[in-house]
Design a protein around this ligand. Structure first.
Ligand SMILES: Nc1ncnc2c1ncn2[C@@H]1O[C@H](COP(=O)(O)OP(=O)(O)OP(=O)(O)O)[C@@H](O)[C@H]1O
Length: 678
């Protein structure tokens, strides 16, 4: 007898043969009948009484019929027990297999309750072995099985949920099952759905398709109990299988307790959805997309999602996404600093009230410094209890194409250092201010938005990861990008390549959305009549908002903290929260005038606490995983960083590993300074 082989799906191949002599009951009955007929013939001949032959033939016929029917019934009735006994005996190894399996409560001729006794030598604590037994029962009886183990009685009670035909193993490509009412297309889709589901969930899965006309709208699946359904990877594979092999886009709903899943056809996803002019704006909520059910998706500005990271390759719709946020912010009266090192993306916002577009890298460095100073001023007021967080206006600080700016500012800094040997430090001082803002700005109600083309470790590890919690990823992601953005290698990898289609973080996790289409005149030929009508209405509304604010707060410029960047503005003035005299903007030619605060200058001074090499003092917010720092005088490598707050007291936790492999964690204040290896 070949061994029973369990595949991972719990499918048995090849099927267990039935035990021993399994002769047809018809043959036995006919043999008995022939015997009776022969005896009758002999007796009739011996006694010269031909009538006896007639009786004997009638009796033989009756025996043949009753024997055949009764035998067939008995054979069918006892077959599950015999099959299970044969299949389970090598696993359970009873002293004698007789009576090991008992069956009762039949449905469609199949027992729905099986009691299996096992010997004391069998270890029921072995989960894998228990699963093998359950799978054997499921496979032999063709249904889903719930097994209850009763160690004191050394028995297991299996309850079987039987669906007629569920034990059939249907090979892909086989003629699909049909129902009499099926149209030809329904028949095709029924077979297709069945084989697609079987190919991933095993042939014991029962597949029930639902149609609306000739459209397959839902596929219900009941499967044998397994642990695989708990794996996200498995569930994803099942969904991807359906998505790619059946028409339409599908969603999956798993019911683990019932060993069931249903796949539902998703409604066609909206695309080209224009900014909804009828949408009622809510405080601190910036609408930017619609979900599958056409509901508006917004970014709620606050400490839960303080900053936003948007990634997407060229042409995927990053600029359009950022425009949505700018317009929404302006409709709510929130001022916007819009740094665009590419210089061409936001031309239509340049003269807008409450928006400062900054393109030159020196000016962007200056804008970062100014926003940082504004943040520190606000912090100071909050700490001294002169103001509360809510006293300040929110500010949106956008830096699109972060890595283009980073390259530009690195070049500028190298040039500055070559001209002035007293300047020290790896990075332009604005970068340490930037990093500080990433951690601190949320408390000061400054919300940062960063646009990059690809996810980058600099943004997705350490403190930035914890700060840029609002995430938007446009266009199809690679598995690596998905891992960095969403913590798995699937989310967004099957996104259709449609401009504005994105995955975004929501309260319910990562979700597919369509970013609102907000095109402006600089989009040239893409900008159509409807875009024009939408844009012009929005410009009017933003203007009305600005005028109302100016009327209520004469002379106040909420972006006044930008100092000379605002000098060409007619309503130049200082905002209510401007607290420090700002350094003048950096001169374009080399930017020698960048002013370093005392603290920055401290950071630049290189300390050398030999014997561990060359170190410099660095603010904790500037560190990142991989940095080597001194903790208790010993060099350690930072493996990760987190930040959070306890009752408003913010902290940074540094996970590290020492040179001998010991791991540790140090909790520090946001303003702490460490010695970091240069
Ligand atoms: N949400 C959207 N709905 C409809 N069309 C869109 C959407 N987003 C972008 N588009 C189309 O794609 C074009 C390019 O979009 P966008 O300029 O935002 O891309 P990008 O990612 O910023 O590219 P680049 O990095 O080259 O600037 C737009 O001009 C518009 O035609």
């Amino acid at each position: 007898m070949p061994n029973t082989v369990l595949t991972q799906e719990g499918i048995v191949a090849p099927p267990t043969p039935t035990p021993g002599p399994d002769r047809s009951p018809v043959v036995g009955a006919v043999m008995y009948a022939a015997g009776i007929a022969a005896i009758g013939y002999g007796t009739a001949a011996f006694l010269h009484r031909p009538a006896i032959l007639t009786y004997a033939v009638a009796a033989a016929a009756a025996v043949a019929v009753i024997g055949s029917v009764g035998g067939a019934w008995h054979r069918k009735h006892t077959r599950p027990v015999r099959d299970l006994t044969v299949a389970l005996a090598p696993v359970l190894r009873p002293e004698t297999p007789t009576g090991m399996v008992r069956a009762s409560r039949r449905r469609h001729g199949v027992p729905t309750k099986i009691v299996i006794r096992y010997p004391a030598t069998w270890d029921e604590r072995d989960t894998k072995a228990r699963d093998t037994v359950r799978q054997i029962v499921a496979t032999r009886l063709g249904g889903t099985v719930v097994a209850t183990w009763q160690p004191p009685k050394r028995r297991v009670v299996c309850r079987i949920e039987v669906t007629p035909g569920s034990s059939d193993i249907i090979d892909r490509g086989a003629t699909p099952e049909t129902t009499s009412d099926d149209s030809a297309e329904q028949t095709r889709l029924r077979g297709r759905a069945t084989s697609v589901v079987h190919s991933i969930m095993g042939a014991t899965a029962t597949v029930t398709p639902t149609f609306d006309g000739d459209t397959l709208t839902r596929v219900d699946v009941a499967y044998a109990t397994t642990t695989r359904d708990l794996s996200r990877q498995f569930r994803n594979r099942a969904l991807m299988q359906l998505d790619s092999k059946l028409p339409g886009e599908w969603r999956d709903v798993w019911q683990f307790e019932k060993d069931r899943v249903y796949f539902e056809l998703r409604p066609p996803f909206p695309s080209n959805v224009r900014f909804p002019l009828m949408h009622k704006m809510k405080k601190s909520e910036l609408p930017y997309a619609v979900a599958e059910d056409h509901s508006i998706v917004s970014w709620k500005l606050g400490s839960k999602d303080p900053h936003c990271l948007v990634i997407g390759p060229t042409g995927s719709g990053k600029t359009v996404f950022i425009r949505n946020l700018v317009v929404a912010a302006r409709l709510l009266g929130i001022p916007v600093v819009l740094c665009d090192p590419k210089m061409t993306e936001y031309l239509d916002f340049e003269d807008m009230d409450g928006v400062q577009v900054v393109c030159d890298p020196h000016e962007i460095a200056y804008a970062i410094t100014a926003a940082h100073n504004e943040m520190m001023g606000r912090y100071d007021l909050i700490k001294r209890r002169v103001a509360k967080k809510d006293s300040f206006s929110q500010i949106l600080f956008i830096l699109d194409e972060f890595f283009i700016f980073k390259e530009q500012i690195d070049e500028i800094w190298a040039e500055m250092k070559s001209q002035d040997k007293t300047l020290k430090g790896r990075e332009h001082p604005c970068m340490s201010k930037w990093k500080r803002m990433v951690v601190l700005a949320r408390t000061a109600r400054i919300h940062m938005i960063v646009g990059i083309q690809r996810p980058d470790a600099a943004f997705l590890t350490g403190l930035a990861r914890d700060s840029f919690r609002k995430r938007v990823s446009l266009d199809r992601a690679t598995p690596e990008a998905a891992r960095m953005m969403w913590g798995d290698s699937y989310t967004g990898t099957d996104l259709p390549s449609i401009q504005g289609r994105a995955i975004t973080s929501t309260a319910d996790g990562a979700q597919e959305v369509q970013v609102l289409r907000l095109l402006t005149p600089s989009d040239d030929s893409d900008y159509d009549g409807e875009d024009k009508a939408t844009w012009e209405t929005l410009v009017d509304r933003m203007q009305v908002q600005s005028e109302a604010y100016a009327k209520a707060h004469p002379g106040v410029d909420l972006l006044g903290f930008l100092g000379s960047l605002r000098s060409d503005r007619p309503s130049r003035g200082t905002g209510p929260a401007v607290l420090e005299q700002l350094a003048p903007p950096v001169e374009p030619a080399g930017g020698e005038d960048v002013e370093l605060s005392e603290r920055d200058q401290d950071h630049q001074s290189t300390a050398d606490p030999a014997p561990h090499g060359s170190y410099e003092s660095v603010g904790v917010y500037e560190l990142e995983p991989g940095s080597t720092v001194l903790i208790d005088g010993e060099p350690v490598e930072i493996t990760d960083m987190h930040f959070g707050d306890d009752d408003g007291a913010e902290w940074v936790e540094v996970d590290y590993v020492t040179s001998d492999g010991t791991e540790g964690t140090e909790r520090l204040g946001l303003d702490d300074v460490l010695d970091a290896r240069v």
